[in-house]
Design a binder for this molecule. Structure first.
Ligand SMILES: Nc1ncnc2c1ncn2[C@@H]1O[C@H](COP(=O)(O)OP(=O)(O)OP(=O)(O)O)[C@@H](O)[C@H]1O
Ligand SMILES: O=P(O)(O)OC[C@H]1O[C@H](OP(=O)(O)OP(=O)(O)O)[C@H](O)[C@@H]1O
Length: 230
């Protein structure tokens, strides 16, 4: 067998992951044509590179199909029930920083806190006969956060992308999504609630707690972890 290392297959997350490993003497690269999802690892023997969507890396780690994986801790915590029993964070990587936040239309001048949001939600239901819609792809994290914050009269609607557009498109009244520069929120006339974020996320190297390993694999994994200094 070999140790399988899952990394994001495209974009800035992939490039910065390659840089992070490269700076520690482990060279990751894509091989083949631009469109072929194949990769190579140099600098340590017995490790296979698996290029995956960042959103699928949590599931692959939890299923034990990869031994190590790089993805945002937001995706791990959203997608894995009792995530800390399935994976162990080995190191935050210092990039891919984003906050998961709740935002409402800028023109809701009386809504700044979770308490305000709860009041607005109750008023919304009384007025419209249905519950205020909050668009998100982070269902589990947002539901927990709103329950802890005492917000009751709302419904989550699923949005897998362009979530900030749902308010303008009248498919939601508020949103919960990740933000880094805040540009997308501003451009869509949304403001973040004046509360701590649901979650602070960054790209993180995780180890699967369930992946099978031969004795030889254990040696390779130890050597890799040592090389990375994590
Ligand atoms: N604007 C951003 N700034 C910083 N980090 C971000 C930003 N957008 C997304 N991320 C982070 O990058 C990770 C991947 O996000 P996302 O699932 O949206 O990626 P994607 O590239 O669209 O992946 P997919 O291949 O699944 O389409 C998440 O952990 C997220 O927190
Ligand atoms: O605060 P900002 O710097 O503006 O970044 C935030 C945006 O980045 C992410 O979207 P992404 O580009 O990953 O596309 P998505 O809509 O498909 O999630 C996120 O969903 C926000 O829309």
């Amino acid at each position: 067998m070999t140790i399988k290392l899952g990394v994001p297959s495209k974009g800035r997350l992939m490039e910065k992951t390659f840089d992070w490993f490269g700076a520690r003497g482990v060279t990751l690269s894509r091989t083949g044509s631009d469109r072929e999802y194949a990769g190579a690892v140099e600098g340590v023997d017995g490790v296979d590179l698996v290029l995956l969507s960042a959103g699928e890396i949590p599931r692959e780690l939890a299923a034990g199909r990869i031994h190590l994986g790089v993805t945002g801790n937001d995706l791990i915590q959203e997608k894995l029930v009792q995530w800390d029993q399935k994976v162990e964070p080995l190191a935050p990587l210092g990039f891919g920083h984003a906050n998961l936040i709740v935002a409402v239309p800028h023109c809701w001048v009386d809504v700044d806190t979770l308490d305000d949001l709860d009041g607005a939600a109750a008023a919304f239901r009384a007025r419209h006969g249905f519950r205020m819609r909050i668009a998100t792809k982070y269902h589990r994290l947002v539901r927990d956060y709103l329950r802890r914050g005492g917000v009751a009269d709302y419904q989550l609607v699923d949005s897998q992308g362009a979530t900030e557009g749902t308010v303008k498109n009248l498919t939601a009244e508020a949103i919960a999504d990740i933000t880094s520069t805040g540009e997308t929120l501003r451009a869509n006339h949304l403001k973040i609630l004046d509360e701590p974020p649901v979650l602070e996320s960054q790209a993180t190297l995780f180890r699967s707690r369930v992946a099978d390993k031969t004795d030889a694999d254990r040696v390779v994994l130890r050597a890799l972890i040592e090389r990375l200094g994590v």
